[in-house]
Design a protein around this ligand. Structure first.
Ligand SMILES: Cc1cc2nc3c(=O)[nH]c(=O)nc-3n(C[C@H](O)[C@H](O)[C@H](O)COP(=O)(O)OP(=O)(O)OC[C@H]3O[C@@H](n4cnc5c(N)ncnc54)[C@H](O)[C@@H]3O)c2cc1C
Length: 496
């Protein structure tokens, strides 16, 4: 290795997303000499941010589904930084709007009657209610043993056990997309039920003050207090092996660092095939990694408004660009076609937008009196050539948004698009997947890729390996599991 004079670290972490920053904090807190390397000028990965015209703009992530009762908070508590992040749990959480619907979603059970009353708009016939009620009851209360039996069956199969009602299927397809950014007829029902039950039990849908970046920032500051070293603009080009053992990393600028353990939080596939190279791995492992599926990517519009227009924290806005989709009457084939189209990059008959107004949680994020909306929709990852170009999608997204919430129109100051290529390049995961090992049968629970790699000293963390949960919480839980494995491997002499 060039430059033998560099210090030797116990752990070198690649990436400062939730996975990397959680692991860095936990490992520094455990007394390990830790180095974390981030290729971008700013920390946070998909929880990062930028600024424009006085707006603090989240790069991507907004929602922390279990807030102070989830694994992110667990990391913060373990490293003594829980007081540094203020999760806010809004009561007026969301609204389903568009295509004639306007259904508010409050997080308090006291608002349930209003929700049920407004849900009449979904047009679910009386005779179908027993099936729908049973579905909801099983979704919320199914015992663990039965959830495990659903892990290799799909969300579509789960719903069809109870009902074929189009509105229910459309809603569950959207919720599954919010969780896993992947079509419901491919996602694991067991994982969807597992996540839903954790969310319901925690009752802490949250956003945090200071924007999503407040979380990795607090974790990395806690790590630095314990002596960890953080380097930004430090792109790892290669993981170095010596005699078949991971021994350090080489950066794109030629610097290199030695470490006893290296943890990749980039996508697992990319860590194996690009940062290490396939040769040192056993053939069976290579095939398994090659076949791992990633979630879809997204198109995001950052929309600056001259005044505060929406009151809720988030909104699901829907529309039908072709005018042919009715939530109340669509056939199951039509629902499925929506997500087949999304996967192919074809503008679907039902366009689904996830809209978030972060300054309704933390007013300091926007200039006084103004409001920034983040408008996102799933889009294929960059390896798929989309049938309709991103520009056509942006136009359809704006039309859908303005039809669903016309009061926005007169107040638009500017809009900025973060397309799939920009997401890929920022998070550094090929294809730009929102979840790098997506929750489909064969990739959930005990079937998730292991955190320990077949190469001594090389580990994986983040949303690519181990753990369960949604997005950021999956990544944080994976880091918790990884830090426990590292601790055990250091103690038991498995790390030379
Ligand atoms: C647009 C978008 C919106 C999302 N919204 C939500 C949401 O609302 N709620 C939710 O829970 N989840 C959401 N997710 C998913 C969630 O953000 C991720 O699953 C999770 O945060 C991933 O964390 P991570 O640490 O694994 O990786 P990332 O956050 O992707 O971080 C990876 C880091 O590694 C760095 N890196 C990559 N390659 C190198 C290299 N060679 N050298 C050095 N550094 C490198 C990157 O720059 C990046 O900082 C969203 C994802 C996206 C993309």
């Amino acid at each position: 290795m060039k430059g033998v004079a560099e210090p030797i670290f116990d752990v070198i972490v690649i990436g400062t997303g939730i996975g990397g920053s959680s692991l860095t904090a936990l490992s520094a807190h455990a007394g390990l000499k830790t180095l974390v390397l981030e290729k971008n000028p700013r920390i946070g990965g998909s929880c990062s941010y930028y600024e424009k015209d006085g707006f603090h703009i989240d790069f991507g992530t907004h929602l922390f589904t279990r807030g102070i009762r989830g694994p992110i908070s667990e990391v913060l508590k373990r490293v003594g930084a829980d007081s540094r992040v203020k999760f806010v749990h809004p009561t007026f959480f969301s609204r389903l709007v568009g295509l004639g619907l306007d259904i508010p979603v409050y997080t308090t059970p006291f608002a349930a009657p209003l929700f049920i009353y407004r849900s009449r708009q979904l047009g679910i016939p009386f005779r179908e209610l027993p099936g729908v009620i049973k579905l909801m009851s099983d979704l919320f209360r199914m015992p663990e043993k039965q959830i495990a039996e659903w892990k290799n069956r799909t969300v579509e199969e789960f719903v069809f056990t109870y009902t074929r009602n189009p509105a229910v299927l459309s809603l569950i397809s959207m919720i599954t997309t919010l969780y896993f950014v992947y079509p419901y007829w491919k996602c694991s029902a067991g994982e969807m039920i597992w996540c839903t039950q954790r969310i319901i039990k925690a009752r802490r849908f949250s956003y945090c003050r200071g924007g999503a970046v407040a979380i990795p920032k607090a974790m990395l500051e806690a790590a630095q207090k314990k002596g960890a070293t953080l380097l930004t603009q430090a792109r790892v080009r290669k993981i170095i092996l010596e005699n078949g053992v991971a021994r350090g990393v080489e950066l794109a600028d030629g610097r290199s660092f030695r470490g006893r353990a290296v943890v990749g939080t980039r996508s697992l596939k990319d860590t194996v095939f690009n940062l290490v190279g396939p040769e040192p791995f056993p053939a069976e492992f290579r095939t398994r990694v090659e076949n791992l599926k990633e979630s879809m990517n997204a198109i995001q519009i950052k929309l600056a408004l001259g005044r505060k227009v929406i009151r809720e924290t988030s909104m699901i806005a829907v529309g039908s660009p072709s005018g042919n989709y009715r939530i109340q009457t669509a056939s199951p084939d039509q629902v499925r076609k929506v997500w087949e189209d999304v996967e192919a990059g074809r503008i679907p008959e039902l366009l689904f937008l996830y809209v978030v107004a972060p300054s309704n949680i933390d007013p300091a994020l926007d200039p006084p009196g103004k409001q920034l909306l983040n408008v996102a929709t799933p889009f294929p990852h960059t390896k798929t050539r989309p049938q309709d170009p991103p520009e056509a999608w942006v136009e359809a997204m704006m039309k859908t948004l303005l039809e669903a919430v016309p009061e926005i129109g007169p107040h638009i100051l500017w809009k900025e698009v973060i397309g799939p290529q920009a997401i890929e390049s920022w998070i550094g995961k090929p294809g730009g997947p929102c979840i790098s090992t997506v929750q489909i049968p064969g990739q959930v629970a005990e079937d998730r890729p292991d955190i320990r790699s077949p190469i001594p000293g090389l580990y994986f963390a983040g949303d690519g390996a181990g753990a369960r949960g949604i997005g950021t919480e999956l990544a944080a839980q994976s880091a918790i599991n990884c830090s426990e494995i590292l601790d055990s491997d250091f103690r038991n002499g498995r790390i030379p």
